[in-house]
Design a protein around this ligand. Structure first.
Ligand code: MIC
Ligand code: SF4
Length: 643
């Protein structure tokens, strides 16, 4: 029986377990990446592991999230990451060099390799045939130390693309269509593997737009084959030698199949406040808009910038609209500057931002009150833009640019012929903003530079015999990590300071939660389905841990967040009967008796709601390793125990 591309890469990297779907497997990781907002914690954890030098083929530390330096905190963190990278064999991409995923795709990613990153959009690397996955910072630290990365052996979904996109319909519309069909939960436990005739007409950056936003499906990752298009891209990056041809066997067996005829797609938009709330631009109608933001790791390639410039050329941004544009990398920025594309954008009135995440993570450009903002980004969760009552829509760069001119939601197909994109034979290659690590000989003398904002991270205690605690918070379905641990310009500088950042935990849902949790001492949180979707931020586990959260009981979890909870010794419980969710109320006193014994030796988990006087059943499926982590109070304790 033939193998899918996903299975081929897994087969070449499996170091623990067997390729049986639904079981836990350990993978050797070839490359890692971190970004600054999750990086400080990941490197503190790496330090705690006591490994001198990374054991991967390539590890890169990027600075791209916390680039608004309105206090000393972010700059201090950048310095810390730069110094620790130098000491331990990690390449350091300086602020200004671009967004981690865009730069990694351009300069470091390799087909057939495994990559994990402390950022949920690491699957961008699937655009060149990598098995690239988002992970918690601690998992990345372990992989840097040479440890395996554990996932559930995924199901593989064939996304069969046929036909060709019509003018002004783009890769963003493809992934929006997938989200429309499958929802933000549709990819959980699965890898989305793209194939079919239709992929031939998609460039590497277009493929990367699709794999990037595959994160919004909750998928383990998404991947394209490595073919002539990949080779041409790598050649233009001066990295021809990194090319290997890779695809699924002709007789590969997939678990599911989705067919998409590219020629039938139309411009789409994800409406507030979820990436799967997708409608066609036509259907949405000409609603008035206040802001347009173009950029982010989803849509900031040279191809995107050129299309936008073509639309804006010789025109002026509508008087009621603020348009910002952030090119994804220094390479893209430099190229558009040299060829004159940048000057077209400036002349039209675009506000040019540095190559970084920027508005995507609420680092500036928050919309006006009740503002309607069109963004080429990948997430439009409530409050993420920094304006709680803003209405954020996710669209293609084409829809964004046209609408910026008209001041209303506009279908880009109304503007005539689309010019072809001709990829440069050679991109502007200049890695002068990537600092090489110190040599083995020099490393011991490299001093680690720590600022006062960097506080030690909390470490859990071993799991107690029983958990007895109040439900200090009850939330609904699809709670994102942006609800649990919001980001934005004000809160992100506290990423290295768990006590301080905990003050904002869950404040999107309930401003009084941190105080209540602290007063209670220990807490249980009750949630709906897909709890913890979105980012990989470990802070969504670390802050609750600091606030005394012992267990989460919900209908289902998102993959990375569940792992982050286990890594930090917080018990992830699921209702056996979802209807029990309705019966529990915030404030109820809960007892989970004998839990240590049950985690260790198995058995039924019975939860008592003492306040309501009823019992219900919960489950917690853990691998042997997962059990070890839960009992020890997290991965770090577990690693120490098993050393
Ligand atoms: C995001 O897009 O939500 C982030 C910010 O990049 C996060 C990481 C973080 O919270 O630092 C992610 O996607 O993992
Ligand atoms: Fe940065 Fe936004 Fe991409 Fe996250 S989604 S890595 S914040 S650009």
């Amino acid at each position: 029986m033939g193998l899918t591309l996903t299975e081929k890469i897994i087969k070449a990297h499996i170091v623990d377990g067997e390729m049986i779907k639904g079981t836990e497997i350990g993978l050797k990781i070839d490359q890692t990446l971190t970004q600054d907002a999750t990086g400080t914690m990941a490197y503190l954890q790496f330090e705690a592991m006591g490994v001198d030098r990374v054991k991967t083929e390539r590890s890169v530390a990027y600075i791209d999230h916390n680039t608004l330096q309105s206090g000393f905190e972010n700059a201090d963190d950048h310095r810390f990451i730069g110094s620790i990278a130098k000491k331990h064999g990690i390449w350091f991409s300086r602020p200004g060099n671009g967004i981690c995923h865009q730069v990694h795709l351009e300069r470091f990613g390799k087909p057939g390799k495994t990559l994990i990153g402390s950022d949920s959009h690491t699957p961008t690397g699937g655009g060149i045939g990598m098995l690239a996955m988002g992970a918690g910072g601690l998992d990345v630290a372990v992989a840097m130390g040479g440890g395996a990365y554990y996932i559930t052996m995924p199901k593989v979904v064939k996304i069969n693309l046929t036909g060709k996109l019509n003018d002004w319909v783009s890769a963003k519309d493809v992934i929006l269509e997938v989200l429309r069909r499958l929802s933000v939960k549709g990819g959980v436990g699965k890898v989305m593997e793209y194939c079919g005739e239709g992929i031939k007409s998609l460039s590497v950056p277009e493929r990367a737009t699709i794999t990037n936003m595959g994160a919004e499906l909750g998928a383990t990752t998404s991947i394209f084959p490595s073919d002539e298009t990949t080779l041409a891209f790598l050649k233009a990056q001066g990295r021809e030698e990194d090319y290997v041809e890779l695809s699924a066997d002709a007789d590969a067996v997939y678990d599911e199949e989705v067919n998409i005829d590219l020629s039938k797609l139309v411009p789409l938009a994800a409406c507030p406040h979820s990436p799967d709330n997708v409608k066609s631009v036509e259907e949405i109608g000409q609603i008035k808009i206040d802001q347009v933001c173009i950029g982010s790791c989803t849509n900031s390639s040279l191809q995107d910038m050129r299309k936008v410039a073509h639309i804006l050329k010789g025109k002026t941004v509508h008087p009621d609209v603020s348009l910002s544009i952030a090119p994804g990398s220094k390479q893209v920025f430099n190229q558009i500057a040299e060829e004159g594309t940048l000057s077209i954008l400036i002349a039209a009135g675009a506000r040019i931002l540095e190559s970084a995440c920027g508005p995507c993570i609420g680092m500036g450009q928050s919309p006006n009150s009740k503002g309607v903002s069109l963004r080429t980004f990948n997430r439009n969760f409530l409050g993420r833009s920094g304006t709680k009552d803003a209405e954020v829509y996710l669209v293609s760069p084409e829809t964004a640019a046209v609408s910026a001119l008209t001041g209303v939601f506009t279908d880009p197909r109304t503007i005539g012929e689309m010019p072809p994109y001709v990829m440069p034979e050679r991109f502007l290659i200049n890695d002068n903003m990537v600092v090489a690590p110190a040599s083995v000989e020099e490393a011991p003398s490299v001093e680690i530079l720590r600022g006062p904002n960097i506080k030690p991270f909390p470490i859990n205690k071993p799991l107690s015999e029983s958990i007895e605690s109040a439900v200090t918070l009850k939330v609904g379905d699809n709670i994102t990590t942006d609800h649990i641990m919001p980001a934005g310009a004000k809160i992100l500088p506290l990423r290295s300071n768990i006590p301080a950042i905990s003050e904002y935990c869950f404040t999107v849902c309930d401003e009084t939660f941190p105080k209540r949790a602290k007063e209670a001492g220990t807490s249980i949180i009750v949630g709906g389905s897909n709890y913890g979707q979105g980012s990989s931020r470990e802070h969504a586990a670390l802050a609750p841990l600091y606030l005394g959260v012992k267990a989460i009981i919900c209908k289902s979890f998102a993959r990375i967040h569940r792992q982050n909870l286990i890594n930090n010794g917080i018990l992830p419980l699921e209702f056996v009967n979802e209807s029990d969710y309705e019966k529990i109320e915030q404030g109820d006193e809960i007892v989970i008796a004998n839990i240590r014994e049950i985690v260790k030796n198995g058995g039924k988990i019975t939860v008592e709601d003492k306040t309501k006087g009823f019992l219900f059943e919960a489950k917690c499926e853990l691998s042997e390793r997962g059990k070890g982590m839960m009992l020890a109070g997290g991965l770090l304790n577990f690693t120490k125990e098993t050393k």
